[in-house]
Write a protein that binds this ligand. Structure first.
Ligand SMILES: *[C@@H]1O[C@H](CO)[C@@H](O)[C@H](O)[C@H]1NC(C)=O
Ligand SMILES: *[C@@H]1O[C@H](CO)[C@@H](O)[C@H](O)[C@H]1NC(C)=O
Length: 494
């Protein structure tokens, strides 16, 4: 929303003038000793469903059991050193060029002064939509000199998740770690509950459903957003503990693992209208779900066109071909960071039998408290994805972008973003027999993804030719790539 001013009046030099412009209500009420401003941000619900699915634990296959079972021994050992080198490359993080995170404020930054305004926030949407929204509200509170009341999470939304802030996040850590930046309190003081409030309804601007503009904000505000998201919004101790435990269990199975955000879930397929590879009855089921979901406005979707434009999540089969073409061996541990996969998972497991779900690495007991708490379950997936050796999202969305940005900040950990548009062309050639699986496919896929592995680069602006509001949507989102503001090459690590 800050962009409203940026657009009209050039760059903003002072946040106070900016906010008096943006919030005239505040001025009008300044005679009363206390003004409460409610900022409500309701956003288009992009639905993520995390439904527990119980898969039977599969046996973990070792390379030597699976790869070339009939190969003579001398051939295997002869190939070993070169193979080994190639394998290492698959897991290596991109060159990070001496860059590291820099989140400390500049020398101009003053400790929080305190004012008599309060901001209460109600956020909704999925976990990562809430996280970036909350980080943005921390920045808004700072700019307005207001006290932030711990955000209320929407309980009536599609998610049906009754979690409150402290169920998902470490509330005390959140308050304490931002002490220098803003005052945060757990509850609005009782005497203020019935005081009239100004309301502001925030819609999202950036690609990551953030409420502040991606660019052209003061450096210290950008860094505050990073501190809020990456440091202050730590998950609750019980989620952190289980998340770390699950990461250790994955590592104990094979050392290294890929976290695959396989967005081949019913809600996503219905919403995006992507039915490629599905049967007629499956397609019809998804069409009906879209038809009957009121807040999904687009009802008529041509799946073929969606797919050609690169807007569909990769299918399990496509993911299998993709991973194999990149060179990952069948024994690779692939953790699926998602809820219930809609269909055709066997098209992936036939190539990668060590596909694991959280239900396979956690006990029923451990997961019991998370059932019906989609956001807490998503937090586990977030931790596992953040810590993975390689993260591969099959669709761009809030989770994919948030994890990618965080991995960049933590030292450019490897994130392979499929070029879905380019891949569709390749998959269609395979389908029509113009291309065969093997060396030339590998070559094509690898070349297409050489520069899509999470190496450092500055955040991209909107492509030329896009005008007006649409520019903000077309920009790369701040939280997807917080470089240059929060990633830099200064001498002193901050
Ligand atoms: C916030 O407080 C500082 C210091 O007291 C002041 O300079 C600034 O104008 C205030 N900003 C707003 C938006 O009220
Ligand atoms: C969908 O789009 C494709 C490609 O433009 C076209 O060939 C096809 O006829 C369309 N299908 C429908 C049902 O409109």
């Amino acid at each position: 929303m800050v962009t409203t001013t940026t657009r009209g009046g050039g760059r903003t030099s002072s946040s106070s003038s900016l906010f008096s412009k943006l919030f005239p209500l505040k001025k009008a009420a300044s005679s009363s000793s206390t003004t409460i401003i409610i900022l409500r941000f309701f956003i288009l619900l992009i639905l993520f469903i995390f439904i527990f699915n119980f898969y039977t634990t599969r046996h973990i296959l070792e390379d030597h059991q699976y790869l070339h079972p009939n190969l003579p021994q001398h051939f295997v050992s002869h190939q070993a050193p070169k193979q080994q080198l190639k394998l290492e490359k698959l897991w290596e993080a991109p060159f990070s060029d001496g860059l590291h995170s820099c989140l400390k404020p500049t020398s101009n930054y003053q400790a929080f002064q305190g004012g008599d305004h309060y901001i209460t926030v109600r956020s909704n949407g999925g976990l990562n939509q809430m996280r970036t929204g909350i980080a943005d509200m921390v920045a808004v509170a700072r700019m307005m000199n207001a006290t932030l009341v711990i955000p209320e999470l929407d309980k009536r939304s599609f998610w049906q998740d009754k979690s409150i802030f402290s169920d998902i996040f470490d509330e005390d850590h959140f308050i304490n770690s931002l002490k220098q930046d803003v005052r945060i309190i757990k509850k609005l003081p009782q005497e203020l509950v019935s005081v009239p409030r100004a309301r502001k309804h925030f819609t999202s601007w950036g690609g990551l459903d953030s409420r502040l503009a991606n660019n052209d904000l003061p450096l210290d505000i950008q860094r505050l957003r990073c501190r809020a998201l990456y440091h202050a919004l730590r998950f609750s101790p019980s989620i952190e503990t289980l998340g770390k435990k699950l990461v250790e269990r994955l590592r104990s199975r094979g050392g290294r693992y890929i976290s695959l955000h396989l967005r081949y879930e019913k809600d996503m397929l219905a919403f995006s209208g992507c039915t490629y590879g599905l049967s007629d009855s499956e397609s019809e089921e998804l069409r009906l779900l879209r038809e009957n979901t009121n807040h999904w406005k687009v009802k008529k979707i041509n799946s073929t066109e969606q797919r050609i434009a690169g807007l569909c999540p990769l299918t399990p089969k496509e993911v299998g071909i993709f991973l194999q073409a990149l060179g990952y061996p069948p024994s690779t541990i692939v953790y699926v960071a998602a809820g219930e996969i809609y269909a055709h998972l066997s098209d992936l497991t036939s190539r990668f039998p060590n596909v694991l779900f959280k239900e396979m690495i956690a006990t029923e007991e451990e997961l019991r408290v998370y059932s019906n708490h989609a956001s807490q379950t998503a937090a586990l997936d977030y931790i596992i994805s953040l810590e993975s050796d390689v993260f591969i999202p099959t669709h761009s969305g809030n989770m994919a972008r948030a994890v990618e940005g965080h991995r960049r900040l933590l030292g450019h950990r490897k994130t392979i973003t499929p070029d879905r548009k380019g891949l569709v062309e390749i998959f269609d050639k395979l389908e029509s027999g113009k291309l065969k699986e093997g060396v030339s496919l590998q070559h094509l896929v690898k070349r297409l993804h050489q520069k899509r592995q999470g190496a450092p680069r500055k955040r991209e602006g909107a492509p030329d030719g896009i005008r007006g509001r649409a520019r903000f949507k077309a920009e790369e989102s701040f939280y997807q790539n917080p470089y240059p503001e929060c990633i830099c090459r200064s001498k002193h690590r901050t």
